[in-house]
Design a protein around this ligand. Structure first.
Ligand code: FAD
Ligand code: NAP
Length: 318
């Protein structure tokens, strides 16, 4: 039986693995369905991770993380987890998509969340090269330049306000003429002289070349007019899918408490409502969705998992 199963090998999962093994847990497996590294490996430019003095790609940032964890005994299994459950007693059951089953004394879920795509031409091709889903990460690259923001929810409007502090102009494109966002946020948007609203409009195509994005074509829904915005940056905020499926049980309920958006509710120690089950990184409530925060969460959760497993051993519960 594993002391700890870590689900997901992004910054949260890798850091959890590092802290858990270096902190004394001996039988720790990190299940990652692809190569370890996580969502940040999609980014071509990262400059806000502490200690990085030059801009690096997400791949470069994450390159040495797995090697560091493996030194202390973390094992990586390239496998997709289909479900984590607790059918009886204190042990967790880890079911893999390939049909295998493993059991673990504690679990840290670090499967992240996935920004939704708006679905316009070029969006996927230019992701990380001018199309972004993170203003905190990429806004600085467009300092004193014009950018476009797509979406009408709280995230889009709050990020548009953030970008308006850095960029010379922000075009906020929304498919309706009413916003979903909180009225107070909408008021601030309307008061900003840096934000230009393009309403009842949908993005049609982002275009550019090998260097990145050079513009966005937007179509007005009422007149059919196409507006060509010569922007080097396009920020898409059309919602998130929380990767919480591994926690869904056979009867459709979830193993631990989630909020109304499907994010895992944790306390400051990354403990969920289920003892011995922790969640870290972008999957948790109020996540700032930053590498440094996900890594911090992973360390925090691992420290909790070590204490939990030691308690089981001390009390001879497992
Ligand atoms: P993730 O990195 O999403 O990792 C989750 C991992 O779990 C993935 O590797 C996935 O394959 C795996 N997984 C999911 N489900 C399963 C399963 N069922 N079984 C097995 N494995 C599974 N942050 C910054 O701080 N600075 C930046 O400049 C920055 N730029 C970004 C640019 C882009 C294009 C993107 C997409 C994100 C950016 N971010 C940036 C955000 C950052 O990438 C995330 O906050 C961070 O990666 C979250 O880490 P995580 O470990 O919680 O989740
Ligand atoms: P959201 O509320 O689901 O809003 C997504 C927005 O994107 C909507 O305006 C939607 O348009 C638009 N959209 C969706 N698909 C699109 C497409 N294909 N093309 C163009 N536009 C598209 O997502 P969110 O803003 O990320 O917020 C998620 C949740 O977190 C919400 O409940 C939100 O209130 C909450 N949140 C709260 C705060 C806060 O309280 N400060 C901050 C951030 C997020 P329509 O409006 O036409 O559907």
């Amino acid at each position: 039986m594993l002391d700890l199963a870590i689900i997901g090998g992004g910054p949260a999962g890798l850091t959890a693995g590092l802290y858990a093994t270096r902190g004394g847990l001996e039988n720790v497996v990190m299940y990652e369905k692809g190569m370890p590294g996580g969502a940040i490996t999609l980014s071509s430019e990262v400059e806000n991770y502490p200690g990085i003095t030059e801009t690096v790609s997400g791949m470069e940032l994450m390159e040495k993380w797995p090697e560091q964890c493996m030194r202390f005994g973390l094992r990586h299994e390239m496998a997709e987890v289909s479900r984590v459950s607790r059918p009886e007693g204190l042990c967790f059951k880890i079911q893999l998509s390939n049909g295998s089953v493993e059991s673990a004394k504690s679990v840290i879920v670090c499967t992240g969340s996935t920004p939704r795509r708006a679905g316009f031409k070029g969006e996927k091709e230019f992701l990380g090269r001018g199309v972004s889903t993170c203003a905190t990460c990429d806004g600085f690259f467009y300092r004193d330049k014009e950018v476009a923001v797509i979406g009408g929810g709280d995230t889009a409007l709050e990020e548009a306000l953030y970008l308006a502090k850095i960029c010379s102009r922000v075009y906020l494109i929304h498919r309706r003429d009413e916003f979903r966002a909180a009225p107070s946020t909408v008021k601030r948007i309307k008061e900003s002289d840096k934000i230009e609203l393009i309403l009842n409009a949908v993005p049609e195509e982002v275009y550019g070349d090998a260097m990145g994005v050079s513009g966005l074509k937007v179509k007005r829904k009422d007149t059919g007019e196409v507006i060509d915005l010569p922007v080097p940056g396009v920020f898409v905020f059309v919602g998130f899918d929380v990767n919480n499926e591994v926690l869904r049980q056979e009867d459709g309920t979830f193993l631990c408490d989630l909020n109304e958006h499907g994010e895992v509710i944790v306390d400051l120690a990354m403990k969920t409502s289920e003892s011995g089950l922790f969640a870290a990184g972008d999957i948790r409530i109020m996540s700032p969705k930053q590498v440094v925060c996900a890594a911090g969460d992973g360390a925090n959760a691992a420290i909790g998992a070590i204490a939990y497993v030691e308690h089981l051993h001390r009390e001879k519960l497992c």
